[in-house]
Design a protein. Structure first.
Length: 454
């Protein structure tokens, strides 16, 4: 009888628990070590809570726009933030419990505590030690803090602390206009707060499609949000009435609360990684290859602690690939061009594959962009903002796309399939779409690319 391979996973987030499921499926002896409830930041303090909050905000935004559809009498609807946050935290804990039950049902051993490497094949947890044939590090990341803007959990907050608020902030100052900052600015604005968004760059969402970011910033400003571009926050201080944010040019912005959304740092300090020989980058991230191997044989890493692509879906795939590789199953290297991502603002922004920035930098591709304002389904739903954009090679193969629309996260999937399976624009154009539908614009864009790419 063969001896089971001993897999020890440090960190129970998406990279860790998905890896555990794969390893158990392949017959390994699996242990997951985690300090907190399973699910990691993605489930407990980040993705699940924030998207639950945003779902509530979307309902209020829909109600606010119902007047243009002829619906009257909805003006008194408001958000009870205490009740909203109670639901948010409840759903996060329920999801964590579901993950725990699933792992236990698959025979995975769960050890509560902080796991620290003791060389390349052992993990210390408290006073005990766990031996391993293969280690996976999936410890995630935490909100980055600025020296003069330390969160206090009451008025100056990071994104893990928002869900303890009982009352809606009268005026929320959001520092940072990346994905996290933009999402919370959009959500709290829809919930009824005044919002000021402080961006150190020329525009919001500097890492996203410029056309998409322009649409979102226009929607923000039109709705009354204060967007402060090219404005770097220097400090955040408590006042008797709330907070004051001082900008680097000397200007000040006052509000009731401040959300710091200035990035994240990997949770790799004090884990014994360097002592075990694992190579870290200057930023503290773990260096990995495309099958999640680190510089040490038998040690893998997945998720935000690697800095590859800070998405739960990528963390999960990294974890799976690590186990497939370590246990001798078939595995293909991670391909970031196939990763679809979404910004959960209103409207949402979804992307996959080739980007406008790559085309502008010289990548040979043809582009068609169609506004949603001309789409019949969008007209029926009162949608005025957004577009679909497709990129194709000169030979007609679909290379990528961007969708700016309500539920763009769902609409990007056919584009992702087209990129992954190397479909041509004619393949996409010849597939039936429902009439009327927003997805009809994707087929129309593909039809327009027929002559331009051939």
């Amino acid at each position: 009888m063969s001896v089971k391979s001993r897999i020890v996973i440090v960190g129970g987030g998406p990279g860790g628990y998905e890896a555990a499921l794969v390893a158990a499926q392949l017959g390994a002896d699996v242990t997951v070590v985690d300090e907190h409830s399973l699910g990691g930041a993605a489930v407990l303090t980040d993705v699940v809570p924030s998207k639950t909050l945003i779902a509530t905000a979307d309902v209020l935004a829909t109600v606010a726009g119902a007047g243009q559809l002829g619906i009257r009498g909805l003006g008194q609807v408001r958000a009870d933030l205490g009740a909203v946050n109670q639901r948010v935290k409840g759903l996060a804990q329920a999801q964590s419990l579901d993950i725990t039950r699933r792992l236990e049902a698959e025979g995975v051993r769960i050890v509560e505590g902080r796991g620290v490497l003791d060389g390349p094949s052992r993990v210390k947890v408290g006073s005990g030690t766990i031996e391993a044939d293969t280690l996976l590090i999936s410890t995630g990341a935490s909100p980055r803090e600025l020296p003069d803007a330390r969160p206090d959990g009451e008025r100056v907050l990071n994104w893990t602390q928002l869900y303890d608020l009982e009352e809606l902030p009268e005026k929320l100052i959001v520092v940072g206009s990346g994905v996290t900052g933009a999402e919370f600015a959009s959500a709290y604005h829809a919930l009824g707060s005044q919002v000021a968004l402080v961006s150190s760059r020329d525009r919001v969402l500097p890492g996203e499609d410029a056309d998409a970011a322009e649409v979102l910033e226009h929607v923000f400003r039109r709705g009354g949000m204060e967007v402060l571009s090219r404005s770097r926050a220097q400090s955040v201080k408590r006042t008797d009435a709330g907070v004051v944010v001082t900008l680097s040019d000397g200007r000040t912005v006052e509000g009731s609360h401040c959300l710091m959304a200035v990035g994240a740092v990997p949770n790799t300090t004090g884990l014994g990684l360097a002592e075990a020989g694992v190579t870290l980058t200057a930023s503290g991230h773990i260096e990995v290859d495309r099958v999640s191997r680190t510089s040490v044989r038998g040690i893998y890493a997945a998720g935000d602690c690697t800095g590859v692509f800070p998405l739960a879906s990528v963390a999960a795939m990294q974890g799976r690939k690590a186990m497939w590789h370590s246990l001798g199953d078939a595995v293909s290297p991670l391909e970031l061009r196939l990763v679809s991502s979404n910004v959960f603002t209103s409207p949402e922004i979804a992307t996959v594959g080739v980007t406008q920035a790559q085309v502008d930098a010289g990548l040979e591709a043809v582009v068609v962009k169609l506004p949603l304002a001309t789409n019949p389904r969008a007209k029926m739903q009162g949608i005025h903002d957004g577009f679909v954009k497709l990129f194709a090679s000169p030979s007609g193969r679909v290379l990528g796309g961007t969708v700016v629309a309500p539920r763009a996260s769902e609409l990007i999937h056919p584009v992702t399939l087209a990129v992954a399976t190397r479909l041509t624009v004619d393949d996409v154009a010849s597939a039936f779409t429902v009439y009327p539908s927003i997805s009809g614009s994707l087929a129309e864009a593909a039809r327009q690319l027929h002559n331009r790419s051939s």
